[in-house]
Design a protein around this ligand. Structure first.
Ligand SMILES: C[S@@+](CC[C@H](N)C(=O)[O-])C[C@H]1O[C@@H](n2cnc3c(N)ncnc32)[C@H](O)[C@@H]1O
Length: 382
Protein backbone atom coordinates (compact mmCIF):
# COMPACT_ATOMS: atom_id res chain seq x y z
CA UNK A 1 0.00 0.00 0.00
CA UNK A 2 1.37 3.48 -0.88
CA UNK A 3 2.09 6.06 1.81
CA UNK A 4 -0.77 8.20 0.55
CA UNK A 5 -3.32 5.37 0.69
CA UNK A 6 -2.08 4.31 4.17
CA UNK A 7 -2.72 7.83 5.45
CA UNK A 8 -6.15 7.99 3.84
CA UNK A 9 -6.85 4.51 5.25
CA UNK A 10 -6.23 5.76 8.78
CA UNK A 11 -8.51 8.77 8.24
CA UNK A 12 -11.24 6.44 6.96
CA UNK A 13 -10.77 4.09 9.91
CA UNK A 14 -11.02 6.96 12.41
CA UNK A 15 -14.12 8.31 10.63
CA UNK A 16 -15.80 4.89 10.56
CA UNK A 17 -15.03 4.42 14.25
CA UNK A 18 -16.75 7.72 15.03
CA UNK A 19 -13.55 9.32 16.37
CA UNK A 20 -12.95 11.88 13.63
CA UNK A 21 -15.50 14.65 13.23
CA UNK A 22 -16.00 16.55 9.95
CA UNK A 23 -14.40 19.59 11.63
CA UNK A 24 -11.03 17.79 11.84
CA UNK A 25 -11.17 15.53 8.80
CA UNK A 26 -9.34 17.88 6.47
CA UNK A 27 -6.54 18.53 8.95
CA UNK A 28 -6.05 14.77 9.50
CA UNK A 29 -6.00 14.24 5.75
CA UNK A 30 -3.42 16.96 5.16
CA UNK A 31 -1.03 16.30 8.06
CA UNK A 32 1.10 13.21 7.47
CA UNK A 33 1.75 11.46 10.81
CA UNK A 34 4.75 9.77 9.25
CA UNK A 35 6.64 13.07 9.14
CA UNK A 36 6.54 13.27 12.93
CA UNK A 37 7.53 9.76 13.89
CA UNK A 38 11.27 9.18 14.45
CA UNK A 39 13.11 6.43 12.59
CA UNK A 40 13.45 4.50 15.83
CA UNK A 41 10.28 3.62 17.76
CA UNK A 42 9.91 1.32 20.77
CA UNK A 43 7.60 -1.69 20.64
CA UNK A 44 6.26 -3.32 23.78
CA UNK A 45 7.09 -6.98 24.33
CA UNK A 46 6.65 -9.33 27.30
CA UNK A 47 9.88 -8.13 28.92
CA UNK A 48 9.72 -4.41 28.12
CA UNK A 49 10.15 -2.16 25.09
CA UNK A 50 12.51 -2.96 22.20
CA UNK A 51 13.49 -0.68 19.31
CA UNK A 52 12.18 -0.99 15.77
CA UNK A 53 14.21 0.85 13.16
CA UNK A 54 12.75 2.25 9.98
CA UNK A 55 15.97 1.53 8.10
CA UNK A 56 16.07 -2.17 8.97
CA UNK A 57 12.33 -2.90 8.96
CA UNK A 58 10.67 -0.24 6.76
CA UNK A 59 7.47 -2.19 6.02
CA UNK A 60 6.65 -2.82 9.66
CA UNK A 61 7.60 0.75 10.60
CA UNK A 62 5.21 2.16 7.94
CA UNK A 63 2.41 -0.19 8.91
CA UNK A 64 2.66 0.85 12.58
CA UNK A 65 2.88 4.57 11.80
CA UNK A 66 -0.34 4.45 9.76
CA UNK A 67 -2.13 2.29 12.28
CA UNK A 68 -4.42 3.57 15.03
CA UNK A 69 -1.94 2.99 17.84
CA UNK A 70 0.26 4.95 20.23
CA UNK A 71 3.97 4.79 19.42
CA UNK A 72 6.67 5.15 22.06
CA UNK A 73 9.31 7.50 20.67
CA UNK A 74 11.66 7.88 23.66
CA UNK A 75 12.48 5.76 26.71
CA UNK A 76 14.02 6.68 30.04
CA UNK A 77 15.97 3.60 31.04
CA UNK A 78 17.50 1.97 27.97
CA UNK A 79 19.90 -0.90 28.77
CA UNK A 80 21.47 -3.67 26.75
CA UNK A 81 20.06 -7.02 27.81
CA UNK A 82 21.35 -10.18 26.08
CA UNK A 83 22.65 -8.03 23.23
CA UNK A 84 19.24 -6.42 22.77
CA UNK A 85 18.25 -2.82 23.65
CA UNK A 86 15.51 -2.95 26.28
CA UNK A 87 13.62 -0.38 28.33
CA UNK A 88 10.72 -0.37 30.79
CA UNK A 89 9.77 3.29 31.07
CA UNK A 90 8.57 5.34 28.08
CA UNK A 91 9.18 9.10 28.35
CA UNK A 92 7.61 10.38 25.13
CA UNK A 93 5.18 9.04 22.57
CA UNK A 94 2.91 9.85 19.68
CA UNK A 95 -0.57 9.37 21.12
CA UNK A 96 -3.06 6.96 19.59
CA UNK A 97 -4.69 8.75 16.60
CA UNK A 98 -8.22 8.06 17.90
CA UNK A 99 -7.27 9.75 21.20
CA UNK A 100 -5.75 12.71 19.35
CA UNK A 101 -8.94 13.05 17.27
CA UNK A 102 -11.22 12.71 20.30
CA UNK A 103 -9.35 15.32 22.32
CA UNK A 104 -9.17 17.80 19.43
CA UNK A 105 -12.88 17.36 18.81
CA UNK A 106 -13.57 17.95 22.51
CA UNK A 107 -11.75 21.28 22.24
CA UNK A 108 -14.55 22.50 19.91
CA UNK A 109 -12.40 25.13 18.23
CA UNK A 110 -13.70 27.76 15.87
CA UNK A 111 -11.82 29.77 13.24
CA UNK A 112 -9.56 32.48 14.57
CA UNK A 113 -9.15 30.97 18.05
CA UNK A 114 -5.81 30.53 19.79
CA UNK A 115 -4.63 27.27 21.37
CA UNK A 116 -1.98 26.27 23.88
CA UNK A 117 -0.75 22.68 23.95
CA UNK A 118 1.15 21.14 26.87
CA UNK A 119 3.40 18.25 25.81
CA UNK A 120 4.57 18.85 22.22
CA UNK A 121 6.01 15.33 21.94
CA UNK A 122 6.45 14.55 18.23
CA UNK A 123 4.74 17.79 17.13
CA UNK A 124 1.93 15.90 15.33
CA UNK A 125 -0.86 17.41 17.44
CA UNK A 126 0.68 20.89 17.12
CA UNK A 127 0.71 20.40 13.32
CA UNK A 128 -2.98 19.43 13.34
CA UNK A 129 -3.81 22.51 15.43
CA UNK A 130 -1.71 24.67 13.09
CA UNK A 131 -3.45 23.21 10.04
CA UNK A 132 -6.87 23.93 11.56
CA UNK A 133 -6.23 27.32 13.22
CA UNK A 134 -3.09 28.71 11.57
CA UNK A 135 0.52 28.67 12.83
CA UNK A 136 0.29 32.03 14.54
CA UNK A 137 -2.60 30.87 16.69
CA UNK A 138 -0.77 27.90 18.23
CA UNK A 139 1.74 27.67 21.11
CA UNK A 140 3.05 24.30 22.27
CA UNK A 141 5.25 23.61 25.31
CA UNK A 142 7.57 20.63 25.76
CA UNK A 143 9.60 20.04 28.92
CA UNK A 144 12.27 17.84 27.32
CA UNK A 145 14.70 20.01 25.29
CA UNK A 146 15.73 17.20 22.94
CA UNK A 147 12.12 16.30 22.17
CA UNK A 148 11.26 19.99 21.68
CA UNK A 149 14.13 20.45 19.21
CA UNK A 150 13.12 17.37 17.22
CA UNK A 151 9.48 18.53 17.13
CA UNK A 152 10.50 21.99 15.91
CA UNK A 153 12.52 20.40 13.09
CA UNK A 154 9.70 18.01 12.11
CA UNK A 155 7.16 20.82 12.12
CA UNK A 156 9.38 23.01 9.95
CA UNK A 157 10.06 20.18 7.50
CA UNK A 158 6.31 19.54 7.23
CA UNK A 159 5.65 23.23 6.57
CA UNK A 160 4.29 24.31 9.97
CA UNK A 161 5.61 27.01 12.28
CA UNK A 162 3.67 27.15 15.56
CA UNK A 163 5.55 28.58 18.55
CA UNK A 164 7.26 25.67 20.34
CA UNK A 165 8.51 26.61 23.80
CA UNK A 166 10.92 24.48 25.81
CA UNK A 167 9.85 24.49 29.45
CA UNK A 168 7.42 23.28 32.09
CA UNK A 169 3.92 23.36 30.66
CA UNK A 170 2.57 23.78 34.18
CA UNK A 171 3.65 27.40 33.99
CA UNK A 172 1.82 27.88 30.72
CA UNK A 173 3.16 30.59 28.43
CA UNK A 174 2.00 33.99 29.73
CA UNK A 175 3.70 35.82 26.88
CA UNK A 176 0.97 34.83 24.40
CA UNK A 177 -1.96 34.44 26.85
CA UNK A 178 -4.91 34.39 27.02
CA UNK A 179 -5.73 31.27 25.01
CA UNK A 180 -9.18 30.30 23.81
CA UNK A 181 -8.30 26.62 24.10
CA UNK A 182 -5.78 24.66 26.18
CA UNK A 183 -5.03 21.00 25.46
CA UNK A 184 -2.84 18.92 27.76
CA UNK A 185 -1.28 15.72 26.40
CA UNK A 186 0.34 14.36 29.57
CA UNK A 187 -1.64 13.06 32.56
CA UNK A 188 -2.15 15.57 35.34
CA UNK A 189 -3.08 14.88 38.90
CA UNK A 190 -3.12 18.52 39.94
CA UNK A 191 -4.23 21.08 37.39
CA UNK A 192 -1.64 23.90 37.47
CA UNK A 193 -3.38 27.19 38.24
CA UNK A 194 -1.45 29.16 35.55
CA UNK A 195 -3.38 27.18 32.93
CA UNK A 196 -6.65 28.48 34.37
CA UNK A 197 -5.32 32.03 34.61
CA UNK A 198 -4.16 31.92 30.98
CA UNK A 199 -7.46 30.64 29.55
CA UNK A 200 -9.76 33.33 28.16
CA UNK A 201 -13.17 33.68 29.85
CA UNK A 202 -15.46 31.07 28.31
CA UNK A 203 -12.43 29.19 26.97
CA UNK A 204 -11.86 25.47 27.44
CA UNK A 205 -9.16 23.23 28.88
CA UNK A 206 -9.12 19.56 27.80
CA UNK A 207 -6.85 17.40 29.92
CA UNK A 208 -6.16 13.80 30.94
CA UNK A 209 -6.40 13.42 34.72
CA UNK A 210 -5.41 10.44 36.81
CA UNK A 211 -4.44 9.07 40.21
CA UNK A 212 -2.13 6.34 41.45
CA UNK A 213 -5.12 3.97 41.44
CA UNK A 214 -6.63 4.96 38.08
CA UNK A 215 -4.98 6.69 35.10
CA UNK A 216 -7.24 8.09 33.93
CA UNK A 217 -10.09 10.17 32.61
CA UNK A 218 -10.49 13.07 30.22
CA UNK A 219 -11.80 16.34 31.67
CA UNK A 220 -13.19 19.37 29.85
CA UNK A 221 -13.06 22.49 32.00
CA UNK A 222 -14.59 25.83 31.05
CA UNK A 223 -12.98 29.03 32.34
CA UNK A 224 -15.53 31.10 34.17
CA UNK A 225 -13.80 34.47 33.86
CA UNK A 226 -13.81 34.68 37.68
CA UNK A 227 -10.49 32.90 38.24
CA UNK A 228 -12.05 29.42 38.17
CA UNK A 229 -12.38 26.65 35.62
CA UNK A 230 -14.82 23.83 36.04
CA UNK A 231 -16.21 20.90 34.07
CA UNK A 232 -17.04 17.22 33.84
CA UNK A 233 -15.29 13.98 33.02
CA UNK A 234 -16.02 13.37 29.33
CA UNK A 235 -14.34 10.00 28.82
CA UNK A 236 -11.32 7.85 29.54
CA UNK A 237 -7.71 8.41 28.54
CA UNK A 238 -4.46 6.87 29.72
CA UNK A 239 -1.44 9.15 29.26
CA UNK A 240 2.13 9.26 30.46
CA UNK A 241 2.45 11.47 33.51
CA UNK A 242 3.31 15.13 33.68
CA UNK A 243 7.06 15.02 34.44
CA UNK A 244 6.66 16.77 37.82
CA UNK A 245 3.91 14.43 39.02
CA UNK A 246 5.00 10.91 38.08
CA UNK A 247 3.97 8.74 41.04
CA UNK A 248 6.77 6.79 42.72
CA UNK A 249 7.04 3.73 40.49
CA UNK A 250 8.37 1.05 42.74
CA UNK A 251 5.62 0.16 45.21
CA UNK A 252 7.69 -2.60 46.84
CA UNK A 253 10.52 -0.14 47.65
CA UNK A 254 8.16 1.39 50.24
CA UNK A 255 7.31 -1.96 51.84
CA UNK A 256 9.61 -2.12 54.88
CA UNK A 257 9.58 -3.66 58.37
CA UNK A 258 6.95 -6.23 57.44
CA UNK A 259 7.17 -7.87 60.87
CA UNK A 260 6.14 -4.59 62.53
CA UNK A 261 2.97 -4.11 60.46
CA UNK A 262 -0.45 -4.32 62.10
CA UNK A 263 -2.26 -7.49 61.06
CA UNK A 264 -6.02 -7.34 60.47
CA UNK A 265 -8.62 -9.15 58.42
CA UNK A 266 -10.86 -7.60 55.80
CA UNK A 267 -14.17 -8.68 54.33
CA UNK A 268 -13.74 -6.40 51.30
CA UNK A 269 -12.71 -8.30 48.16
CA UNK A 270 -9.93 -6.14 46.62
CA UNK A 271 -11.18 -7.03 43.13
CA UNK A 272 -14.38 -5.09 43.85
CA UNK A 273 -12.29 -1.92 44.16
CA UNK A 274 -9.41 -2.24 41.71
CA UNK A 275 -11.26 -4.47 39.25
CA UNK A 276 -14.06 -1.94 38.85
CA UNK A 277 -13.07 1.19 36.91
CA UNK A 278 -15.62 3.40 38.66
CA UNK A 279 -14.72 2.18 42.15
CA UNK A 280 -10.99 2.46 41.37
CA UNK A 281 -11.43 6.00 40.05
CA UNK A 282 -13.31 6.99 43.21
CA UNK A 283 -10.76 5.31 45.50
CA UNK A 284 -8.00 7.19 43.69
CA UNK A 285 -9.69 10.49 44.57
CA UNK A 286 -10.40 9.62 48.20
CA UNK A 287 -7.08 7.87 48.86
CA UNK A 288 -4.57 10.32 47.36
CA UNK A 289 -0.86 9.70 46.82
CA UNK A 290 -1.38 5.94 46.88
CA UNK A 291 -0.04 3.53 44.29
CA UNK A 292 -0.59 -0.23 43.96
CA UNK A 293 0.91 -3.38 42.57
CA UNK A 294 -0.26 -6.98 42.50
CA UNK A 295 1.81 -10.09 43.15
CA UNK A 296 0.15 -13.17 41.64
CA UNK A 297 0.28 -16.58 43.34
CA UNK A 298 -1.01 -20.02 42.33
CA UNK A 299 -4.70 -20.91 41.80
CA UNK A 300 -6.01 -17.36 41.56
CA UNK A 301 -4.40 -16.17 44.78
CA UNK A 302 -2.79 -12.73 44.80
CA UNK A 303 -1.46 -10.08 47.14
CA UNK A 304 -2.45 -6.48 46.63
CA UNK A 305 0.17 -3.98 47.79
CA UNK A 306 -0.60 -0.30 48.42
CA UNK A 307 2.05 2.32 49.16
CA UNK A 308 2.39 6.02 49.86
CA UNK A 309 6.06 6.65 49.30
CA UNK A 310 6.14 10.13 50.89
CA UNK A 311 4.93 8.92 54.31
CA UNK A 312 6.42 5.41 54.09
CA UNK A 313 2.96 3.90 54.62
CA UNK A 314 2.03 0.60 53.03
CA UNK A 315 -0.67 -2.05 53.24
CA UNK A 316 -1.24 -5.50 51.82
CA UNK A 317 -4.25 -7.76 51.30
CA UNK A 318 -3.84 -11.50 50.63
CA UNK A 319 -6.69 -12.58 48.38
CA UNK A 320 -7.73 -16.23 48.40
CA UNK A 321 -10.57 -17.28 46.05
CA UNK A 322 -13.90 -17.98 47.80
CA UNK A 323 -12.61 -16.88 51.24
CA UNK A 324 -15.02 -14.72 53.23
CA UNK A 325 -12.16 -12.75 54.80
CA UNK A 326 -8.63 -11.90 53.70
CA UNK A 327 -5.49 -11.24 55.73
CA UNK A 328 -4.36 -7.65 55.66
CA UNK A 329 -1.36 -5.77 57.06
CA UNK A 330 -0.92 -2.03 57.45
CA UNK A 331 2.15 -0.04 58.32
CA UNK A 332 2.99 3.64 58.77
CA UNK A 333 1.13 6.83 59.63
CA UNK A 334 -1.56 6.13 57.00
CA UNK A 335 -3.73 3.02 57.15
CA UNK A 336 -4.10 2.72 53.41
CA UNK A 337 -6.34 -0.33 53.20
CA UNK A 338 -8.70 1.18 55.80
CA UNK A 339 -8.78 4.35 53.67
CA UNK A 340 -9.68 2.23 50.64
CA UNK A 341 -12.45 0.48 52.61
CA UNK A 342 -13.88 3.87 53.63
CA UNK A 343 -13.64 5.16 50.06
CA UNK A 344 -15.40 2.06 48.72
CA UNK A 345 -18.17 2.40 51.34
CA UNK A 346 -18.64 6.05 50.34
CA UNK A 347 -18.84 5.11 46.65
CA UNK A 348 -21.45 2.43 47.39
CA UNK A 349 -23.46 4.79 49.61
CA UNK A 350 -23.43 7.36 46.76
CA UNK A 351 -25.08 4.76 44.47
CA UNK A 352 -21.87 3.39 42.84
CA UNK A 353 -21.61 6.33 40.45
CA UNK A 354 -20.00 6.03 37.05
CA UNK A 355 -16.80 8.08 36.64
CA UNK A 356 -18.51 10.25 34.01
CA UNK A 357 -20.67 11.73 36.80
CA UNK A 358 -17.64 13.38 38.40
CA UNK A 359 -16.16 16.76 37.61
CA UNK A 360 -13.45 19.13 38.76
CA UNK A 361 -13.31 22.78 39.71
CA UNK A 362 -9.96 24.57 39.87
CA UNK A 363 -9.50 27.93 41.57
CA UNK A 364 -6.65 29.82 43.22
CA UNK A 365 -7.09 27.72 46.38
CA UNK A 366 -6.63 24.39 44.57
CA UNK A 367 -8.73 21.75 42.86
CA UNK A 368 -11.97 20.18 44.08
CA UNK A 369 -13.63 17.02 42.76
CA UNK A 370 -17.42 16.90 42.66
CA UNK A 371 -20.20 14.48 41.87
CA UNK A 372 -22.93 15.57 39.43
CA UNK A 373 -22.54 19.27 40.25
CA UNK A 374 -19.91 21.63 41.67
CA UNK A 375 -22.32 22.08 44.60
CA UNK A 376 -21.84 18.47 45.75
CA UNK A 377 -18.13 18.05 46.53
CA UNK A 378 -16.49 14.68 47.00
CA UNK A 379 -15.05 14.31 50.53
CA UNK A 380 -11.39 15.33 50.48
CA UNK A 381 -10.19 12.04 52.01
CA UNK A 382 -11.97 8.82 52.86
C1 LIG B 1 2.09 11.60 25.11
S1 LIG B 1 3.42 12.66 24.78
C2 LIG B 1 2.65 13.96 23.86
C3 LIG B 1 2.18 13.63 22.48
C4 LIG B 1 2.18 14.83 21.57
N1 LIG B 1 1.12 15.78 21.86
C5 LIG B 1 2.20 14.44 20.11
O1 LIG B 1 1.39 14.95 19.33
O2 LIG B 1 3.07 13.66 19.75
C6 LIG B 1 3.66 13.50 26.32
C7 LIG B 1 4.71 14.57 26.24
O3 LIG B 1 4.53 15.44 27.36
C8 LIG B 1 5.80 15.90 27.75
N2 LIG B 1 5.66 16.45 29.10
C9 LIG B 1 5.55 15.78 30.28
N3 LIG B 1 5.45 16.65 31.29
C10 LIG B 1 5.49 17.90 30.75
C11 LIG B 1 5.43 19.21 31.30
N4 LIG B 1 5.31 19.41 32.61
N5 LIG B 1 5.51 20.27 30.45
C12 LIG B 1 5.63 20.08 29.11
N6 LIG B 1 5.70 18.86 28.54
C13 LIG B 1 5.62 17.78 29.34
C14 LIG B 1 6.67 14.65 27.63
O4 LIG B 1 8.04 14.96 27.58
C15 LIG B 1 6.14 14.04 26.36
O5 LIG B 1 6.90 14.45 25.24
Amino acid sequence: MSRESSRVGLVEELTRGGYLSPAWREAFTRVDRERFIPDRIWIRGDDGYHPLNRTTDPDRWHALVHDDRALVTQVEDQVEDNGRDTALIPSSSASMPRVVATMLDALAVTDGQTALEIGTGTGYNAALLSERLGDRQVVSIEVDPRIADTARASLKAAGYAPTVVTGDGGLGCPEYAPYDRVIVTCALHTVPYPLVEQTAPGGAIVLPWGTGLYNGVLLRLTAGGDGTASGPVIGDSAFMWNRGETPHRNVMATVKEQDRATATRTRLDPRLVLGDENAAFTAGILVPDCRYSVGHGPDGEFTLWLADHATGSWASVDYIPDAAEHDSRQYGPRTLWSEVETAYAWWRSAGSPDRTRYGLTVNAAGQHLWLDSPDTPVPERG
